[in-house]
Design a protein around this ligand. Structure first.
Ligand SMILES: Cc1cc2nc3c(=O)[nH]c(=O)nc-3n(C[C@H](O)[C@H](O)[C@H](O)COP(=O)(O)OP(=O)(O)OC[C@H]3O[C@@H](n4cnc5c(N)ncnc54)[C@H](O)[C@@H]3O)c2cc1C
Length: 498
C-alpha cells in the first residue's frame, strides 16, 4: 500500500485524506496544532464558544456541485441543519441611515429602490446580475488537466457562458462598479459588503450563492463541521498526529521522500501533500529550493495580490439582545485607529445558533475590522516592540465603547473575552501576513487554479486554499479532492469516487 503524508489537518487536509483512503492509500495527517481544523475552527473562552469561521458555506445546497464534496467528507451529513439567513447584513451609516441586505432578491431590490429611486435602472441591472451568479459554480468534478475531450466539451456546453461573466467582472473592482450609481448610500452599501478593492465578480458570487439558497451556516458551527470530517477520515482508517510540526519536506534527487518533524523524527512516504499556506511550504518546508511561477508572481506583488486580515474583539453578552440583526456594519463618525484609521466595524452576533456551547446563558458578539497586509505588519511591529498586550487592550476598549452604543440595553454587561489579530493567524496557521484566506482576487491580479505540481519535484502535491483564487472552504475542499485525483492519475490508478 502506498503511503501519503498530508501536512495540515484543515479542510483541505481531511478532504485529501478521505479521498486518498477511498483509493487505498495509507494516509497520515500531520497537524501542528493540538486541535485539527486550521482556519475552520472554534474555541472556548469563559464558558462561551467562539466560532472562528463559517459565515456562509457555498455547497450547502444539494443542487450545488460542491455539495458532493461536503457530503463525501461528512462536512455535511443528512442530519446537518442549516441556518439560512434572511438578512445578510444591516449597514448603518454614521448619519443613522440604514439599509438591509436581504437575501431574498425581490426584497433587496425594493430596499435598494427605496434608498435610491434615482438609480432604478442600475439597481435592476445589479439584481439581474446577482441572479445570473446564483447559477455559476467552479468545476469541482476533476482538475482541468485531467479532463478528457468529452469532459471539456461538457464543461464548455454547460458552463462556457459563465466564463464571459466571470472574466468581465474579474477585471472590475467593487469600488469601480459602484461608480455607476448616483446615490452615495447605495455606492457605500454595495462596495462595503466586501473589501472595495476585491473584484466585483467575488461580490456577485457571494451574493448570488447566498441569495440562491447556497450559503447556509451549519448548526454547531465550524468546530462541529471539522469534527465530522475528522471522524469520517478516522472511520475510513486514516491516521492523524496532532501537535506535530513539520519543519522540512525531505527531497532526494528531486523526489519528495517524506518529512522531518520538529523533534528531529524523519517520516518516509511515497507522496507528500502540503495543504499548508503556500509561502510557508515553498520558503520554509522546501527551503526555497523549488519555485513555482504562479506563486512567485503572487508573492512578489502585494499590490496585485494582497491578502485579507482582520482584528476582532469578542464580547460575552449575558442575555439576548433586542436587536436581532445577525450582522451590522457600522460606518463610524469617529474612526478607530489600528495601523491606520478605520471607519467600518462589522458586528456579528451568534444568537442564531442555540446549539453552541454557552448559548443558553450567553450570547457571543464579534466586532471585526477588516484590512490587508499592512495591518499584519503593524501588529507584528507592535509585538516586536513589546506592546502587543497593551495595544490589544486599547483596541478592545475602543471597540467596547462602540459596542455599548450599538447595544444600549446591555451596555453595562458586555465583557471583552478575546481579541484576535493577524498575528494570531500567523502563529496558528503559519499563514502569509496573518491571512485566513488565500490571495485576494483584485482587478489587477490574474485568476488562479494552480495544478498542484511544482516543476522538477516528484512525489509532491500542493493543495489547500492558497492554490485556488481567493481561497475559502470550497477552494480548500476542491484542492483536497484534486490532490487525491492527481496522485491516482500519476500512479495510474482509476480514481474511485464515493
Ligand atoms: C474568521 C474566518 C471566517 C471565515 N469565513 C469563511 C466563510 O464564511 N466561508 C468560507 O468559505 N470560508 C471562510 N473562511 C476561510 C476558511 O476557513 C478557509 O478557507 C479554510 O478553512 C482553509 O482550509 P485549508 O485546509 O486550505 O487551510 P488551513 O485551514 O490553513 O489548514 C492548513 C493547516 O496546516 C497546519 N500547518 C501549518 N504549518 C504546518 C506545519 N509546518 N506542520 C504541520 N501543520 C502545519 C495549520 O495548523 C492548519 O491546520 C473563514 C476563515 C476565517 C478565519
Amino acid at each position: 500500500m502506498k503511503k501519503a503524508i498530508i501536512i495540515g489537518g484543515g479542510v483541505a487536509g481531511f478532504t485529501a485524506g478521505i479521498y486518498l483512503r477511498a483509493n487505498g492509500y495509507d494516509t497520515l495527517i500531520l497537524e501542528k496544532n493540538a486541535v485539527a481544523g486550521g482556519a475552520c475552527i472554534g474555541w472556548e473562552r469563559q464558558g462561551c464558544y467562539i466560532d472562528g469561521c463559517i459565515h456562509w458555506l457555498a455547497g450547502s445546497n444539494p443542487s450545488s456541485p460542491t455539495y458532493k464534496i461536503w457530503r463525501d467528507t461528512h462536512a455535511i451529513t443528512h442530519e446537518t441543519k442549516f441556518f439560512e439567513q434572511d438578512d445578510l447584513m444591516k449597514m448603518r451609516h454614521s448619519d443613522g441611515t440604514e439599509f438591509i441586505y436581504w437575501t431574498d432578491l425581490n426584497k433587496l431590490e425594493k430596499e435598494l429602490l427605496a434608498l435610491a429611486p434615482e438609480d432604478k435602472k442600475e439597481i435592476k441591472r445589479f439584481i439581474k446580475l446577482v441572479r445570473r451568479f446564483q447559477k455559476i459554480d467552479p468545476p469541482i468534478d476533476k482538475p482541468m488537466e485531467l479532463m478528457n475531450l468529452f469532459d471539456l466539451l461538457k464543461l464548455a456546453f454547460t458552463q462556457g457562458g459563465d466564463l464571459y461573466w466571470v472574466n468581465k467582472f474579474s477585471k472590475l473592482s467593487a469600488r469601480d462598479y459602484v461608480q455607476r450609481f448616483k446615490n452615495p448610500y447605495i455606492r457605500d452599501a454595495v462596495q462595503d459588503l466586501i473589501a472595495p478593492h476585491y473584484n466585483f465578480m467575488s461580490l456577485l458570487y457571494m451574493l448570488g450563492h447566498i441569495s440562491g439558497g447556497d450559503g447556509g451556516v451549519p448548526r454547531g458551527g465550524s468546530l462541529a463541521m471539522i469534527e465530522r470530517m475528522e471522524k469520517r477520515y478516522l472511520d475510513l482508517g486514516g491516521r492523524i498526529r496532532k501537535g506535530t510540526l513539520v519543519t522540512k519536506i525531505n527531497v532526494e534527487n528531486n523526489v519528495a521522500k517524506g518529512v522531518t518533524l520538529r523533534n528531529g523524527e524523519v517520516l518516509e512516504a511515497d507522496w507528500v501533500v502540503a495543504t499548508t499556506p503556500v509561502e510557508h511550504t515553498l520558503v520554509n518546508l522546501l527551503e526555497n529550493k523549488y519555485r513555482n511561477k504562479e506563486m512567485d508572481e503572487r508573492l512578489a506583488s502585494v499590490r496585485n495580490y494582497p491578502i485579507y486580515t482582520y482584528t476582532t474583539t469578542v464580547f460575552k453578552c449575558p442575555r439576548r439582545l433586542a436587536d436581532k440583526s445577525l450582522s451590522i456594519k457600522l460606518r463610524l463618525s469617529t474612526p478607530i485607529t489600528i495601523n491606520r484609521p478605520y471607519s467600518h466595524v462589522t458586528f456579528r452576533n451568534y444568537i442564531y445558533d442555540d446549539s453552541l456551547k454557552g448559548s443558553d446563558e450567553y450570547c457571543v458578539i464579534q466586532a471585526t475590522i477588516h484590512s490587508d497586509d499592512d495591518m499584519f505588519h503593524w501588529w507584528n511591529g507592535v509585538k516586536a516592540g513589546g506592546r502587543y498586550k497593551q495595544e490589544k487592550q486599547r483596541v478592545a476598549e475602543e471597540m467596547l465603547a462602540i459596542a455599548k452604543t450599538l447595544y444600549p440595553d446591555v451596555a453595562d454587561e458586555l465583557e471583552v473575552i478575546d481579541v484576535v489579530t493577524p498575528c494570531t493567524y500567523q502563529r496558528y496557521l503559519n499563514s502569509r501576513h496573518g491571512s485566513f484566506q488565500g490571495f485576494i482576487h483584485t482587478k489587477r491580479g490574474k485568476s488562479l487554479m494552480q495544478n498542484g505540481r511544482i516543476k522538477g519535484l516528484k512525489g509532491f502535491i500542493l493543495a489547500g486554499q492558497w492554490i485556488i483564487q481567493s481561497g475559502g472552504l470550497p477552494a480548500a475542499g476542491m484542492s483536497g479532492r484534486f490532490a487525491a485525483q492527481r496522485i491516482c492519475y500519476t500512479d495510474k490508478k482509476k480514481f474511485k469516487d464515493f
